[in-house]
Ligand binder design. Structure first.
Ligand code: PMP
Length: 444
């Protein structure tokens, strides 16, 4: 009982009493989101927010997309689940749709329940295909929270044990702003990273299974290297037979605007990843992930390894409706049209606490630094927390990330309108200004 505001506070207390201590929550007074529509959500106190984070990029098209609701309820009304040991029409239809847009030759699709499980599967495929447990990853990477995926996650605070089944080598390239090679031209930066990669490979001794990378690092704070970097890596990997796993959990499905997949900004000719992993946005909130791999890699597993729920009829039917909506409405094109204005608008603010604005399409990172601390500036996690709060108080939800939790993450549903983009930018500007006045010295 009690007012709705009391009930969120009460739920917070109950959350703390029953869930793990390491469960992270945004805001001193966390909100309970009760419903959504389009690009907006409402909390249990009835407050409306423009959603610039989409539940960590899980809402790809829009909240409560009617086509998804219809597909899910119709399928649930017929049968929720049986087993992937029987033929499953929604799973096959979804896999066909994904194959058609995978852009890798002769793809096979294995559906999972999460991004972690997708990456787990990709690592299993690669290590069994290559008979090796050595893996290359980017510094600052995040690939999941299972025992194997934390072993290729670059930041110890996201991977609380080092007892990984993988021997992992981390290479440079995922973060241009905080790289020892920052300041170089694109070509020089790529050459320096490739030289680093070659040196690491020489030290690894020749039987590395795979290289796994996010084209734009998500949890890492929407950081990335120049276009072409991962393709230059892939050329070296191909010489040595090492598989390229592209983790598209955050960058897939047109999120980055210019391309449907994040890896496409990096390649030319026939150079494509051997394995692509995905999750989050594919299901628009349904628990769905997937592995797309070249047939010879996917089919290299000989042991039977099914997933009880991966590709279940209900999640597959929902994801299929979601993907069809995305394609029919050219939401990738929308991300390409709306995103650059947001990036430019944020960069033009000249806020004293903004060290870097980066990203592509509707995946935009704003790195907050202590004023006057140079380039790269000192990370300012306390300012990021303050901006998140100020934005929320003004009706805008954003995320944060980065090694120190000091990067604002902006990733609205891909259907964001120009009016909503302008509204969000205005709120974010006011929030940044409230934390550290913009252009204060110019004011009378
Ligand atoms: N890979 C990337 C790039 C991610 O951002 C995440 C989730 N933040 C994962 C994998 C893990 O996905 P999930 O949380 O669905 O297991």
């Amino acid at each position: 009982a009690g007012s709705p505001v009391d009930s969120a506070a009460d739920l917070h207390a109950r959350t703390r009493a029953v869930l793990p201590s390491w469960l992270a929550l945004y805001y001193d007074e966390p909100i309970e989101i009760e419903r959504g529509e389009g690009r907006h959500v409402w909390d249990s106190a009835g407050r409306r927010y423009l959603d610039f984070f989409g539940g960590i990029l899980t809402t790809m098209t829009e909240h409560a997309l009617p086509a998804v609701t219809k597909a899910v309820t119709e399928q649930a009304g017929r049968i929720l689940h049986t087993s992937t040991l029987y033929l499953n029409r929604p799973m096959v239809e979804l896999a066909e749709e994904i194959s058609a847009i995978a852009s890798i030759p002769d793809p096979r699709v294995f559906l999972t329940t999460s991004g972690t499980e997708a990456n787990d599967t990709a690592l299993l495929l690669a290590s069994s295909y290559r008979r090796s447990n050595q893996v290359l990853a980017l510094r600052g990477s995040y690939h999941g929270r299972s025992f194997s995926t934390i072993g290729v996650t670059g930041n110890r605070s996201w991977s609380p044990t080092s007892l990984s089944p993988f021997q992992t080598y981390y290479v440079h390239g995922g973060n241009r702003y905080r790289s020892p090679f920052a300041g170089l031209s694109d070509g020089e930066f790529i050459a320096a990273c490739v030289a680093d990669l070659r040196e690491v490979l020489d030290q690894a001794g020749g039987d590395v299974a795979a290289f796994i990378a996010e084209p734009i690092q998500g949890v890492g704070g929407f950081t990335h290297g120049p276009d072409g970097l991962l393709g230059a890596f892939a050329e070296v990997l191909r010489e040595r037979g090492i598989l390229w796993i592209s983790d598209e959990v955050q960058t897939g499905w047109g999120r980055t605007g210019e391309h449907f997949w994040g890896w496409q900004a990096h390649t030319h000719g026939d150079l494509t990843p051997d394995v692509v992993t995905c999750a989050k946005g594919i299901g628009n909130g349904l628990s769905m992930g997937g592995v797309i791999a070249r047939a010879d890699v996917m089919n290299s597993l000989t042991a039977n390894s099914i997933s009880t729920f991966g590709g279940s009829p209900v999640t597959s039917a929902g994801a299929l409706a979601n993907l069809r909506h995305l394609l029919d409405h050219d939401l990738q094109g929308n991300a390409a049209r709306i995103g650059p204005g947001l990036i430019d608008g944020l960069a033009a603010l000249n806020s004293p606490i903004v060290g870097d604005v980066r990203g592509k399409g509707l995946m935009i990172g704003v790195e907050l630094v202590r004023p006057g601390t140079g380039t790269p500036g000192e990370p300012a996690p306390e300012l990021a927390t303050a901006v998140l709060q100020e934005a929320k108080d003004r009706g805008l939800l954003i995320g944060k990330g980065g090694l120190h939790g000091h990067v604002l993450r902006i990733a609205p549903p891909l259907s964001l309108t120009a009016t909503e983009a302008a509204e969000g930018l205005a709120i974010l500007t006011a929030a940044l200004h409230a934390v550290a006045p913009i252009g204060a010295e110019e004011e009378p």
